[in-house]
Design a protein around this ligand. Structure first.
Ligand SMILES: Nc1ncnc2c1ncn2[C@@H]1O[C@H](COP(=O)(O)OP(=O)(O)OP(=O)(O)O)[C@@H](O)[C@H]1O
Ligand SMILES: [Mg+2]
Length: 232
């Protein structure tokens, strides 16, 4: 079987409500290994909730999310069957995250921010910093390693955020409007770099965007409407 088309994540019948508000109302979605998937749809339609369910941040009320769903895969796992500690570990080891506002630690340097997930995984500091600097270089910001994040521009900070999300070499990168806070030129630069990196490493990318120009970079797009995968 062609490994590239094998599913890496499968969402089946997922429902999720917040109190009386239904955010997801029966989502089925399969993501292939190495695929770049754009998730589009109006504000409040459930995109972020879906991303968080896919990444094991939220637990669905009903339904299942399976990582490496191929039954012959020894690492196949129902994410929602894991306890909180195991899910955190899975997120740290196998997934990367980029959000609209980078969620970096403003008082640390760019290099320390990028090294952080490696240190959390038990990598020694020296090796962590070395591996982090490789990613700063890949994002074209090696000169910013010693700069505190609070002094960076939006585009620079997003490059740091992308470096940090990819430094652990995740199987899946989840991005929630990763360039939503940037002007269109900066957005294009950050996006192109991120796509080059995920495509060259075979990383799967699940990316929420409002912007059809951003979605045009994806292999496939789905539209979420009222908590369901809808028609365009
Ligand atoms: N933590 C929460 N507590 C309560 N309600 C929530 C929470 N998160 C989301 N919701 C509700 O769930 C629905 C879907 O929200 P979600 O954030 O997934 O939408 P979205 O498509 O990502 O929107 P946007 O494009 O504005 O980011 C909305 O009605 C929202 O108000
Ligand atoms: Mg959202």
């Amino acid at each position: 079987m062609n490994n590239l088309s094998a599913p890496v994540l499968e969402v089946q019948g997922v429902h999720k409500s917040f109190g009386a508000t239904p955010a997801l109302r029966g989502i089925d979605l399969s993501v292939s290994r190495g695929e770049v998937l754009a998730v589009m749809g109006p504000s409040g339609s459930g995109k972020s909730t879906l991303l968080h369910c896919m990444a094991g941040v939220f637990t669905p009320d009903i339904g299942a999310v399976t990582y490496r769903p191929d039954a012959s895969d020894a690492r196949s796992v129902g994410i929602n069957e894991l306890g909180e500690t195991e899910r955190s570990r899975l997120r740290l080891e196998d997934f990367g995250f980029v959000f609209q506002y980078g969620q970096l630690l403003p008082e640390l340097t760019a290099l320390d921010n990028v090294a952080l997930p490696l240190l959390m995984l038990g990598v020694r500091r020296k090796e962590g910093l070395e591996r982090a600097s490789v990613f700063l270089e890949k994002l074209g910001i090696s000169d910013l390693g010693d700069s505190r994040v609070e002094g960076l521009s939006g585009g620079q900070a997003q490059r740091v955020a992308v470096s940090r999300a990819l430094v652990t070499e995740p199987a899946i990168l989840f991005a929630d409007e990763p360039t939503g806070s940037l002007d269109s030129l900066t957005s294009e630069t950050v996006l192109t770099l991120m796509l080059e990196l995920v495509q060259s490493s075979g990383t799967t990318l699940v990316m929420i965007t409002h912007d059809p120009r951003v979605a045009a970079y994806a292999d496939r797009d789905v539209v979420v409407r009222d908590g369901r995968i809808g028609d365009r």
